[in-house]
Design a protein around this ligand. Structure first.
Ligand SMILES: [Zn+2]
Length: 315
């Protein structure tokens, strides 16, 4: 899900105040309001400042400059170096529940602000009540309501998950990069974990979603079946190549999306069918290092063009 961002700047008395270089974390609030507009009106009439307000998948950015001092301590003088987010509750009664969509939008917003360097939690990860701070830890003992407060750990974990860089599989002209070299680490059942030489991470079907079109990623090796692939006789010299098929979905295979073979084309899961050149990979030994054999996996459909399976680090 992607949230929809709108700019609705508050005529806040705090705006234009202290500029801090980077915010250290987030201030989590609930908003006692029935709508984003009602929340805006309330904040505005009280002369308060806050970075954002969220309702479901809609996010309003309320401060034109997110480096400005914001209200969260009850004092416009106290610069707590956080970006405050008001999350609108679905009921105006305690525990002030909020929607799952709002929580998701909050997590994605925080991850986006972090990727942009606007928020810099120490160590690059958020810690509940340290860098993802409930308002009640500063002042306003009931904010956010018990519903949000009790989910603080969970929300923080979700944000941290979104911040793990997810590198995508693509095809790219082979230039000798370690991000283009792969080892097949066999397990006893004959399946293999396919490990990238550069990152040591494994090809991963995200969330074990085996539907056609799923973008393949790499992820820390975790022993999950979504990182386990069947393959036939990976050995050099099989010019036509091999299919790399997830153990969890034997009728699917790694495929170059749309059989287009442009550099950077995503490698996805697709239903196998006879003669699918975009689903075949021709292995050529690139290196043997510390007893591990690394292969370049040329796409059979673009063999002459030298396109090979690649971990796209920019993704
Ligand atoms: Zn609050």
């Amino acid at each position: 899900m992607a949230y929809k961002l709108a700019q609705k700047h508050l005529p806040s008395r705090c705006y234009g105040g202290v500029i801090s270089s980077t915010k250290r974390g987030m201030g989590m609030h609930h908003a006692y309001a029935t709508s984003l507009q009602a929340c805006y009106n309330a904040l505005s009439s009280r002369g308060l400042s806050t970075g954002f307000a969220i309702q479901d998948d809609t996010v309003w950015q309320l401060m034109p400059d997110l480096r400005c001092q914001e209200w969260a301590t009850g004092s416009t003088d106290g610069n707590n170096n956080l970006i405050s987010v008001e999350i609108i509750n679905t009921s105006l009664k305690s525990p002030y529940p909020v929607s799952d969509l709002s929580i998701q939008a909050y997590c994605e917003l925080v991850a986006d602000l972090t990727r942009q360097g606007i928020v810099k939690p120490s160590g690059g990860k958020f810690v509940w009540r340290k860098t993802n701070v409930p308002h009640r830890d500063l002042s306003a003992t009931a904010c956010p309501g018990d519903y949000l407060f009790s989910r603080g750990e969970q929300i923080t974990e979700k944000i941290n998950k979104l911040l793990v860089p997810q590198t995508k599989l693509t095809v790219y002209d082979y230039w000798g990069g370690h991000n283009q070299q792969w080892a097949f680490v066999e397990s006893k059942d004959g399946s293999a974990v396919v490990v990238n030489r550069k990152s040591g991470k494994a090809i991963d079907v995200p969330a074990a979603n085996y539907s056609p079109g799923t973008q393949l990623l790499t992820y820390e090796r975790n022993g999950g079946s979504n990182q386990s692939f069947a393959y036939k006789d990976i050995k050099p010299g099989i010019e036509a190549g091999v299919r790399i098929t997830p153990v969890g979905a034997s009728k699917m295979a790694l495929a170059v999306s749309g059989a287009t073979y442009e550099a950077g084309t995503p490698v996805i899961l697709w239903d196998t069918y006879a003669g699918a050149a975009e689903q075949m990979f021709t292995p050529v030994i690139a290196a043997v290092s510390k007893g591990v054999t690394y292969y370049v996996l040329y796409s059979y459909g673009a063999l002459k063009a030298g396109k090979a399976l690649c971990l796209d680090e920019a993704a």
